[in-house]
Each structure stands twice: as C-alpha cells, then as structure tokens.
Design a protein around this ligand. Structure first.
Ligand code: C2O
Ligand code: CU
Ligand code: CU
Length: 478
C-alpha cells in the first residue's frame, strides 16, 4: 500500500516535471544535452596562440569616405586539432574582421549573405537611422545584398556587429557571427594611448562554447539563463596565449557570449585601468582588479606588463577559470601613456527630461517577458520624439527560483548614461557612455537616454536566448 503511494508521488512529480520542461523547451530544436556523455574532446593543455582578427580594408580611396565589403559565410574551423567544426563567419570561417572608422566618415557597407539562411548585420552601439541599424527589420535574404550608408557621428568607441533575425540570432552568433567596429576620433587619436592595432591594441572577443565528440558545436539552451559553453574562447581560440613585451597593452574586451557573464581578473590580482565602456572613453581611467562584463558589453582596459620579467606567465581568469594567458617577453620601449583626462562627457541634464519609461524584465528560460509581454514583430511597444530626453527605469524581479543571474539590458541606436543603481551612484566604470547595462535580480537601474535618429529600434535583454524568447520590445523614434 505504502509502496503504491510512493510510486504515485514519484510518477506524479515526474509528470509535473515533464510538463514544466515542455514550457521551457521547444521540442526538437537543438541538441538538449550539454553533457552529451562523451569524453571532452578539448585538450586543455594544448598551446593555442591568440588569433588577432584582421583589419578590414577600406575600398574607397577618398578621405572621409569608407567602403567595406563583407560576406557572411558558412565554413569550417579547426578549434581542436584534427577536428573540423562547422561554423559561420564574416569574410572567413569564424568571427569577422575589425572594421575601423573615424568620426565624421561616411561609411558605405556592401554586405552579401552567402548563408543558406536569412541573416542581418546589426551595428551594436552605433547611432544611425533605424533603417541602417541591421535589426530584425533589415533581414538579408539568402544570396541577398544589404548596402546601408551612414555617417559616423559619435565618439571613439569599441562597437560590434552581429546578426539579429528573429529566431536565429542566438544560433548564428553561437556559430561564429560577430565582429568588431572600432570608432576613432580626434580626441582618441591625440591621447597617446596604446593604439597600434595588433601590436599594443588588441581585441579580446570572449565567448564560451561546447563541443561534441566529432568537433561540432554543441548548442545547449539552458532552461534558465540561455546557452552556456564548457570552454572559454578568445577571438575564436580555446583558452589561448598571447606573447607580450614589458609594455602597456590595451585590450578591447567584448563579451560576445550568448549568455555567460565573465568576471575577469589577472591571476596575480594586479590592478589594471579601465579606460572605456560600451560607448567610448571614460572621463578618466578607473583602476580596478576585476572586470565584470555581461553579454553585449564592452570595456577597454590597459594592463601594464612593465613590472613583470621575461618568462613570467600571467593568466586572465573568470571565476577561477582560465580565459587566456599572457607570456611576458622582453623589455621594450613604451612611449604610450594613460592620461588622467581621457574624454569630456557632457552629463545629460535631468531638468530637461520630458518623458519616463519603465521597463520590467521578468521570468526565465522561455517564460521571459518585458513589461509583462513577449516580443511581437508587428507591435510597436513605445515611442519617443527624436532628440527628447527621457529617463528609463529598468527593474528585474527577484526570481523565485535560484540561478537567475540578472539581465543585460540593451538599447539599439543610442548611447545612454546611467543615473543610479538601486538609488545609489552607479559604479565608477558605468559613468561613461553605455548601450548595455546589467540589471541584477531585484535591482533597479535608472538611465537617461536620447535618440538622435529616427526609426524603429529594439531594446532587449542581451542574453540571446532571452531575446529570442521574447524579452524584447520595439521603440519608434519619430
Ligand atoms: Cu547586440 Cu539587439 O543587439
Ligand atoms: Cu544592439
Ligand atoms: Cu535576460
């Protein structure tokens, strides 16, 4: 009798569990098992050199006009020696080149979609008209071409680009579609910061990926917080190393992961300087010994290797896990400096605010909502006039279940300023221009924002699986 009762409870619990699982997962979509039961094929002791993405050639000889050709491609990449991983890339098999432009430039993009699927190329952080944004409304069909033309009108910054088609954003990014867009301006060029690309100015696109036994990517959409990977990759190499001289090195860190936050530290706990946030240089450098960076965010940091000796090895870690290592080489001349004043950032005036929006981020897994509802391509959720100043208050509910990690909230087409975090001053490295702001479970963040260009823009959680599940809205700037 008692056994039957227990069996009944077990079966009942099991059925409820299966039912709940059904709510979170859409059937048959992706390989569901993160741990596929196989031996991990990645040899963590192998030496892999940090790849540095090439600078994309400007095809236009005129000063002030830049023209770039990008083809979105399918390919194969050898992340694990002897194994081929099917991947996607821009002008290559994985990730993409770095596009470098200057403020004031007219930029003409020529983008060809060679995938056997739709895609789009969204300029994350770029302030342009809605029709040039590359969001879900600018789908490029298979074999299609997209040729937006826009002017760079914002300060020097590390921006990036990635696909944004409803339903395939997360998987296309996971398979490799992401690249960097570096903006320079008169100020950034005059500062004498390390800025020799590939020498003392190096991008670090940090992601995490899992692999199957045959080397193919394993995309496992965690039920709670999106797709994590077992291995950290930088610029498309699994925990690579970089040879550095005993000089100051500038790293443009991009969290290009689908869902993972990274909390970066040097293995000896040394301090480094953060000089820029998402949208540009900070007013002055912020000294710190760790950098918490969430999906979509960027930070420029400078690590001074002059205090180390030839042969020293230093690791960059996240929560105790190795991200990459630095192998210190010889002494070298270093004429660069980190000025105490990096940029002038005019504070947006709260007295001139004419509107207020509140954004509530809630739920987890497939059940996420923004202001209580899920994204609808045919619905404009809100609007604002061009040039108006608004305060947006972003809140997240403290989740009942453990494991909810907060949400990196991103707005297209603008750079905003953070007014407060839980009623207090924002962190020091959040006082510059931002386009993505992490709002932890139970937190309230207030930002001040203005749109300088018209059109339809997305705002969403940058955990790509949350965005796909509908934690996104549309704003019309008129
Ligand atoms: Cu990084 Cu909606 O984008
Ligand atoms: Cu964006
Ligand atoms: Cu989220």
């Amino acid at each position: 009798m008692k056994n039957k009762w227990i069996a009944g409870v077990i079966i009942g619990t099991f059925l409820v569990f299966i039912g709940l699982l059904g709510l979170f997962l859409r059937p048959g979509e992706f390989p569901v098992n993160r741990d596929d039961g196989n031996e991990d094929v990645v040899d963590t002791d192998t030496d892999r050199k940090l790849p540095v993405p090439a600078l994309l050639e400007d095809k236009n000889p005129n000063d002030g006009i830049s023209e770039f050709e990008i083809s979105v491609q399918e390919g194969e990449t050898e992340f694990i020696s002897g194994l081929k991983t099917p991947t996607l890339g821009y002008n290559g098999s994985y990730l993409g080149p770095v596009i470098r432009v200057s403020r004031g430039d007219e930029v003409r993009m020529h983008i060809k979609n060679e995938l056997s699927d739709e895609t789009s190329v969204h300029w994350h952080g770029l302030e342009v008209e809605g029709t040039d944004d590359g969001g879900p409304h600018q789908v490029i069909a298979e074999n299609g071409v997209w040729e937006p033309v826009f002017e760079i009108s914002q300060p020097a910054a590390t921006l990036w680009f990635h696909p944004h088609v409803i339903g395939t954003t997360a998987i296309q990014v996971y398979y490799g579609l992401a690249g960097l867009l570096i903006v320079e301006d008169e100020n950034s060029k005059s500062l004498n910061l390390p800025d020799e690309y590939g020498v003392n100015d190096i991008p670090l696109i940090i992601q995490d990926r899992s692999f199957s036994e045959d080397g193919s990517f394993l995309y496992y959409d965690n039920m709670m917080d999106g797709a994590y990977g077992e291995h950290i990759m930088v610029n498309g190499a699994i925990t690579p190393y970089l040879d550095v001289d005993q000089v100051k090195m500038r790293f443009r860190v991009v969290n290009g992961a689908n869902a993972s936050n990274f909390d970066l530290r040097l293995s000896d706990r040394s301090e480094f300087q953060q000089i820029a946030s998402d949208g540009g240089l900070l007013e002055s450098p912020v000294e710190r010994d760790s950098l918490f960076i969430t999906p979509g965010e960027r930070a420029e940091i400078i690590v001074d290797f002059s205090k180390y000796e030839d042969g020293d090895v230093l690791e960059l870690e996240s929560d105790g896990e190795r991200v990459m290592s630095f192998r210190v080489g010889e002494e070298a001349e270093d004429t660069t400096e980190i000025p105490l004043e990096l940029a002038e950032i005019e504070k947006m005036d709260q007295d001139l605010v004419t509107g207020f929006k509140s954004i509530e981020l809630d739920g987890m897994g497939r059940m996420v909502t923004l202001n209580g509802r899920q994204f609808d391509m045919d619905r404009i959720d809100d609007d604002v006039a061009e040039g108006e100043l608004e305060i947006w208050e972003i809140t997240t509910n403290r989740s009942m279940m453990m494991g909810s990690l907060g949400h990196p909230f991103h707005i297209h087409g603008t750079q905003f300023q953070v007014l407060s975090r839980n009623g207090e001053e924002p962190y020091q490295n959040e006082m510059g221009w931002k386009d993505t702001i992490f709002v932890n479970a139970g937190e309230t963040v207030r930002i001040i924002v203005r749109f300088r260009f018209k059109g339809v823009f997305m705002y969403h959680c940058h955990i790509l699986e949350h965005e796909e599940a509908g934690m996104m809205g549309q704003l019309e700037v008129y």
